[in-house]
Design a protein around this ligand. Structure first.
Ligand SMILES: *[C@@H]1O[C@H](CO)[C@@H](O)[C@H](O)[C@H]1NC(C)=O
Ligand SMILES: *[C@@H]1O[C@H](CO)[C@@H](O)[C@H](O)[C@H]1NC(C)=O
Ligand SMILES: *[C@@H]1O[C@H](CO)[C@@H](O)[C@H](O)[C@H]1NC(C)=O
Ligand SMILES: *[C@@H]1O[C@H](CO)[C@@H](O)[C@H](O)[C@H]1NC(C)=O
Ligand SMILES: *[C@@H]1O[C@H](CO)[C@@H](O)[C@H](O)[C@H]1NC(C)=O
Ligand SMILES: *[C@@H]1O[C@H](CO)[C@@H](O)[C@H](O)[C@H]1NC(C)=O
Ligand SMILES: *[C@@H]1O[C@H](CO)[C@@H](O)[C@H](O)[C@H]1NC(C)=O
Length: 781
């Protein structure tokens, strides 16, 4: 034997006596001295002596041969270290593995306990799985294996096992501390009662419970599987990637960990561990409690299952101590079993402790499972499990429901038995919830459909009426609709003023697309400082001037039509002056602003210069003279004064233009020649007014009626404001035979080019084509 030499193996001090050829077996008459190893065939594991703390205590153990950090997975003499000596391992004459101290080879420190025939030869072998086995040479049967006596680690391929035939079980006991492999206080054991579950114990107390069997299988790094039959109950795992070094263990602090070796970091990484969440400790919320780590509406993570209430409300609510658990509500009443009781679903929970549960592994339908539980008065809950790719069946609990919680994995719905009262309350709550949802749904649906209907109707109406919208965004406009009452029924209704919101108009005009634009007209001041829009009815017959002053079209307007147009305009002006909600002075009445619909009903348009008069206001003064020459009253032109009477003046001009078919401001282009008014007045005084009447209507009219209208026209264009009749008087005059006052000489009988000049005449395209221009301060056309 060589001199011992010290060899530092990571944190582990190992004495090497000799590097005998690496071997994985020992036979009878052979010994493993402290410092020698058995190394498994693929070099995965090594068996030898180690000292986790001080060199004084020597232990026989198995560790990973390839892992740099010394990781012991099995210890033979965990509670009996070799004290102050070196260890020797051998196989004795009875075929048992025996461990001695170097100085005392008589009293074994540790040994296996197999009763072999003296003649049998035994061989111990360290397998690549980390299992040390003792095999009868003759029969080749394994008489002992280290996997049957695990320490704190379950290696891949090892059964975490309960043999129901022999009653033998494998369980883990933690180390006492990180450097003391002695029996610690924690253990991991299988509890086969009811449906098997794995528990972490602290002493004899459960501190954590695994999910009951049958377990789901996961295609994970750790491929766990479970078996439960009359012979055995076990779980095991494999590692899907053979190159991965992984283990499951119970550490000295009582945590169950799945660990994976990361070679490049040189350390074990934690893959999974329990207990972790505040709900993990066994029975955190007591009997009939339920734990939710993501509690939001509650005071803390604990609540009672449906039909139960805290046993001690004070402890529960004030001290947040749930250990007392919950008790059934209405405990004194005997209403539970067979008196209208039923089940309430508790969704997605780690099912309660199945120690008191029965697992029926037939293909039992959820309905049968419920009946099965309902039949037996001591059945407190059931769960109908359908484990994908595994079993379907029925779990029924008898007695206390313990350790129900939300943990996010392996969750199922359970159905908790409640009495009739609770059932009714829950049904009521549920109905109320549904009703509120229902009402909300109805509300939303009605609002949405109402909008649809409104939009649809608006669209259809606009389409039908062929509304068009004036497209002048960048300017300030007003929002009075240019709808003027027509004369059909006499009385005028206010409801004809309609207001559209912008979206309606946008929809109607295809967002003011140029394709929808028909033409443009004047605009100007805005009243009320708003930025509204002016919407006109589409007038297929364009404006009055396009008939009146066109040699080809004027004949379509016979006297009847012209008279109706005159009366219509008069009524329209009357309406805006007096009958509408607002007193409106148009300020720009002219033939080109009188639009004609299909039936040649006149509509006053272009309220761009209009002013609203408040209350009893009758006139106003402005420094900005805006309007159209030829239609503006003298006091307006000269002094900027305008009132309803200035509109009356414009009406008078229009009336005379309708009758004569001639423009007031283009009658004569020479200086100092009489204006149209002057010329008519001249003829009127000579009682030759008939001569100036438009020849195209002479055949269709009664001269008296025409002359009466001319007289009304003269009254309207009187220089003196007071002598002009009001619009209501004009309407009355037009519609009756009442005698008319004699007109005096009207204003502007003679054209004075120094005062009024005709502006340049540029015929415009489209519907608003006109010969005269509205004079505006802003240059907008
Ligand atoms: C073991 O040693 C004893 C005595 O030293 C010897 O009789 C026996 O044959 C040996 N057994 C083997 C298998 O070598
Ligand atoms: C180890 O031996 C020393 C003296 O030989 C003794 O005092 C000590 O108690 C022993 N320790 C154990 C754990 O047996
Ligand atoms: C060894 O096993 C026998 C029976 O198989 C038993 O009576 C005995 O107590 C065991 N000895 C030890 C140390 O476990
Ligand atoms: C184990 O339990 C005992 C008694 O309860 C205690 O004194 C000891 O400190 C515990 N050891 C560990 C490692 O928790
Ligand atoms: C249980 O063990 C008996 C006898 O060893 C065997 O016949 C039977 O098939 C086993 N049952 C299962 C489910 O493995
Ligand atoms: C998981 O384990 C089961 C049973 O041991 C085996 O049939 C299956 O092939 C394994 N799956 C993977 C991905 O290793
Ligand atoms: C109810 O079930 C329990 C547990 O399975 C059983 O012990 C008891 O006999 C059953 N009672 C009835 C009335 O079936």
């Amino acid at each position: 034997m060589d001199f011992p030499k010290l060899f530092l193996h990571s944190s582990l001090l190992v004495l090497h006596f000799a590097f005998s050829s690496s071997k994985d077996t020992i036979t009878i008459n052979q010994t493993i001295h402290d410092g020698d190893f058995l190394i498994s065939r693929e070099n995965n594991f090594a068996l030898g002596f180690f000292s986790p703390g001080s060199f004084r205590f020597r232990y026989l153990g198995i560790w990973y041969h390839k892992v740099r950090e010394q990781t012991v997975v099995w210890v033979a003499n965990r509670d009996d270290p070799i004290n102050g000596s070196l260890g020797v391992l051998s196989i004795d004459q009875y075929g048992n593995l025996v461990l001695h101290g170097y100085h005392n080879q008589k009293v074994p420190i540790w040994s296996t306990n197999v009763s072999a025939e003296v003649t049998d030869t035994c061989v111990a072998q360290l397998l690549d799985t980390g299992n040390l086995i003792l095999v009868h040479d003759g029969s080749k049967s394994t008489v002992w294996e280290s996997f049957d006596h695990p320490t704190d680690t379950v290696l891949p391929g090892m059964k975490f096992w309960l043999d129901r035939r022999t009653g033998m079980s494998r369980f883990l006991i933690s180390w006492r501390s990180a450097d003391d492999p002695g029996t610690g206080n924690f253990s991991l054991q299988m509890n086969p009662k009811g449906s098997p579950q794995v528990f972490i114990y602290w002493g004899i107390k459960y501190i954590w419970r695994g999910v009951p069997w049958p377990l789901k299988s996961y295609a994970d790094t750790f491929n766990f599987s479970s078996v439960n039959n009359q012979n055995e109950t076990y779980m095991t795992y494999s590692i899907s990637d053979a190159s991965v070094i992984a283990r499951a263990m119970l550490d000295y602090s009582g945590l169950v960990k799945n660990l994976i070796w990361h070679e490049k970091d040189g350390k074990w990484n934690e893959f999974w561990s329990v207990p972790k969440s505040p709900c993990d400790p066994y029975g955190r919320c007591g009997t009939y409690g339920i734990c939710d780590p993501h509690f939001s509406s509650r005071r803390f993570e604990c609540d009672c299952l449906p039909g139960y209430e805290p046993k001690s409300p004070r402890e529960w609510n004030i001290l947040k101590d749930a250990s007392g658990g919950c008790v059934r509500k209405r405990l004194e009443s005997t209403s539970l079993c067979g008196h209208g009781d039923g089940f309430v679903k508790v969704a997605n929970v780690k099912v309660p402790d199945t120690s008191a549960a029965v697992w029926v592994s037939t293909n039992m339908s959820p309905g049968d499972c419920e009946k099965n539980c309902m039949r037996n008065c001591s059945c407190s809950a059931y769960a109908s499990l359908d484990i994908a790719g595994k079993e379907t069946g029925c779990l029924t609990w008898y007695g206390k429901l313990m350790d129900t919680l939300h943990n996010g994995v392996e969750e199922y719905d359970i159905y908790v038995r409640v009495d009739a009262v609770e059932l009714a309350e829950i049904a009521q709550k549920w109905t109320g919830f549904l009703e509120s949802k229902y009402i909300l749904a109805i509300f939303v649906v009605s609002v949405v459909s109402a909008w649809f209907v409104i939009i649809l109707l608006t669209y259809l109406w606009l389409k039908k009426k062929k509304k068009w919208v004036r497209n002048k965004w960048n300017k300030r406009w007003l929002d009075t609709i240019g709808t003027v009452e027509n004369q059909v029924e006499g009385s005028m209704s206010h409801s004809e003023i309609a207001f559209f919101n912008l979206s309606t108009i946008l929809a109607a005009t295809n967002s003011f697309s140029p394709a929808n634009k028909l033409g443009h007209g004047g605009f100007g001041v805005v009243y009320k400082g708003e930025e509204p829009m002016l919407v006109y009815e589409y007038m297929p017959n364009k404006s009055l001037d396009s008939f009146l002053f066109s040699e080809t079209r004027k004949s379509t307007l016979d006297w009847r039509k012209r008279f109706d147009i005159i009366v219509g305009i008069a009524r329209g002006i009357l309406y805006i002056h007096q009958d509408s909600r607002l007193r409106i002075i148009h300020r720009d009445l002219k033939t080109s602003n009188i639009l004609l619909d299909e039936e040649m009903n006149p509509k006053i348009s272009d309220f761009g210069l209009a002013r609203i008069f408040k209350g009893n206001q009758t006139h106003e003064k402005t420094n900005r003279i805006v309007g159209t020459f030829g239609y503006m009253s003298p006091e307006y032109v000269a002094f900027g004064k305008f009132s309803t009477k200035s509109d009356v003046f414009s009406f008078g001009i229009i009336l005379l233009e309708i009758i004569t078919g001639k423009r007031n401001n283009s009658f004569c282009l020479e200086d100092s020649c009489p204006s149209m008014i002057g010329k008519i007045w001249h003829l009127w005084r000579e009682e030759r007014a008939w001569e100036i009447v438009d020849s195209s209507l002479k055949h269709s009219c009664s001269p008296d009626e025409v002359l009466r209208c001319i007289q009304i026209g003269f009254l309207c264009v009187q220089e003196d404001v007071m002598e002009r009749p009001t619009m209501s008087a004009i309407v009355l005059m037009l519609n009756s035979e009442i005698s008319l006052p004699s007109p005096k000489q009207p204003a502007f009988t003679f054209r004075k080019s120094s005062i009024i000049s005709s502006s340049s005449l540029e015929p415009k395209e489209g519907f608003c084509s006109m010969d005269e221009e509205t004079i505006t301060e802003a240059v907008c056309r």
